[in-house]
Unconditional design. Structure first.
Length: 77
């Protein structure tokens, strides 16, 4: 009788874990209606300013300023 209890516990745990695994697969499976992300206008990910943070920490005591020249040009146009 004790062996049947252990067997039922193992089977129920395996079924539960497989149900969770299948639900996870269905949750993350891509649907046909989704579209992929497109690249932004400014080419996100490109470095626009040549800035080395290691050299800045070694040689400077002040904070780096904001580069607002591009934002000002967009606002003027």
């Amino acid at each position: 009788m004790e062996q049947k209890k252990i067997l039922w516990i193992i089977i129920s745990a395996a079924l539960f874990l497989s149900a969770v695994f299948i639900a996870g697969l269905l949750w993350f499976y891509p649907s046909n209606g989704t579209q992929t992300a497109t690249k932004g206008e400014n080419g996100a990910g490109k470095a626009t300013v040549d800035f080395d943070p290691v050299e800045w920490v070694r040689n400077s005591n002040d904070y780096p300023g904001l580069d607002t020249s591009k934002a000002d040009q967009k606002n003027k146009n």
